[in-house]
Design a protein around this ligand. Structure first.
Ligand code: NAD
Ligand code: GLY
Length: 362
């Protein structure tokens, strides 16, 4: 039921780009060099990923004028300060408008380096080389880039599409268990929001996926990327359908902000957020309680949390949700749910119902 194709295209006319998924891609520069328009390249990575994989990438850049920048790892560093460090490295490289940036790492590095590429000289080329499951199935595709502020997640950013996404599945062998599980939150999201058949497939194949079965992991990545590429091609800047990809994110982003960036990793916060959104949907009469339980059970099988940490300040979470990017005219706009495979955009959601869900979820 999962299609085998491992090369996809995000169909955006003149800005269309490939997503390549497979083993050994980082070391095979023929797969990605063409996406670099000029001679100057900055490779941005983090302190966990660089010692493992940076050499494979720079080996393919011998004919380029190359610089590297290794940032500290983790969500706490997805900041304007880190973006400023990337700008300084680009200045030192004397990067002109035909320079390129390579983002080698998880979603933090992808969002950050993509944001810097969007800003440098009003936009230069960049390549996403995702090394986490989460980044392979979600953040590397679609051109959302940005940084966090103390006030909220991803509040400063830009839409800026990469020239290519190179997902080398070999890199998943070194991914810590917690991060692998976190990636499955976004995988489950695709099933939950619009693909009931895929959700059932995940229920059947959870053990093999957690055991890092290479074929099933690659098929999962391709399947999710195909879904995301389609949505992005139809709604690049989130005027409608793309908002569905934020199922669980209003709650999840608020939890990340309130708990402190990196306390819950992003996928964990999204797992909790999807459970809260599903329970809210049940409370509002949109979904059956049994559907919310089915979602919770699958997240639990993948080792993900499904309730908010005990000491979380519910009022602060609701306050953070009021700064969510989906809101309009001071009204909360959330992605709610009719059950597995059917999410929906809901306007003006009642805050009392949200408060009740937050306080009942510890
Ligand atoms: P991350 O980038 O922090 O990576 C997780 C951890 O794994 C880090 O410590 C990293 O150093 C380490 N790591 C990465 N690859 C590794 C590897 N192959 N081997 C060993 N260690 C490795 O987190 P993430 O979960 O990849 O991404 C989360 C971020 O993505 C959040 O900031 C979130 O907001 C963002 N995001 C963006 C989008 C988008 O559309 N732009 C979508 C979803 C999530
Ligand atoms: N992860 C949400 C989006 O890319 O739109």
């Amino acid at each position: 039921m999962i299609a085998a194709g491992r090369e996809l295209t995000v169909e955006l006319g003149a800005r269309a780009y490939p997503i390549r998924i497979g083993a050994g891609l980082l070391g095979d520069c023929a797969q990605w060099q063409d996406a670099l328009p000029g001679r100057h390249v900055l490779v941005v990575s983090d302190a966990h990923v660089a010692p493992l994989y940076l050499d494979r990438v720079t080996a393919g850049l011998r004919d380029h004028v190359t610089a590297t920048l290794v940032l500290p790892a983790g969500e706490a560093h997805k900041t304007l300060d880190s973006a400023t460090q990337i700008f300084a490295a680009l200045a030192q490289l004397k990067a002109s408008r035909d320079a390129g940036v390579i983002a080698l790492g998880g979603g933090v590095i992808g969002d950050l380096a993509g944001f810097a590429a969007a800003c440098w000289m009003r936009g230069i080329a960049f390549i996403q080389m995702p090394t986490t499951l989460l980044a392979m199935v979600d953040s590397s595709v679609g051109g959302k880039t940005g940084v966090d502020l103390p006030q909220g997640k991803n509040l400063v950013g830009a839409f800026h599409q990469p020239r290519a996404v190179i997902a080398d599945t070999d890199t998943l062998s070194t991914l810590p268990e917690r991060e692998l599980r976190a990636g499955f939150a976004e995988v489950i999201k695709y099933g939950a929001l619009g693909d009931a058949e895929f959700f059932s497939w995940l229920e059947t194949n959870a053990d093999a996926l957690l055991a890092r079965d290479a074929d099933k992991l690659a098929a999962t990545i391709a399947h999710c990327c195909r879904q995301k590429a389609g949505i992005v091609a139809r709604d690049e800047t989130e005027r409608g359908e793309r908002a569905l990809l934020n199922f669980g994110h209003s709650f999840g982003h608020a939890l990340e902000t309130v708990c402190g960036y990196g306390t819950l990793v992003h996928g964990e916060a999204i797992a909790i957020g999807m459970c809260l959104a599903a329970r809210l949907s049940a409370r509002l009469g949109m979904a059956r309680e049994a559907e919310a339980i089915r979602l919770r059970d699958l997240l639990t099988r993948f080792g993900l949390p499904t309730t908010i940490p005990a000491d979380t300040d519910a009022a602060a979470v609701l306050a953070a949700m009021r700064l969510d990017k989906k809101n309009a005219s001071g009204r909360l706009r959330l992605i709610l749910w009719h059950g597995v495979g059917r999410a929906d955009i809901a306007e003006g959601v009642d805050e009392a119902a949200i408060r009740a869900i937050l306080s009942g979820s510890r």
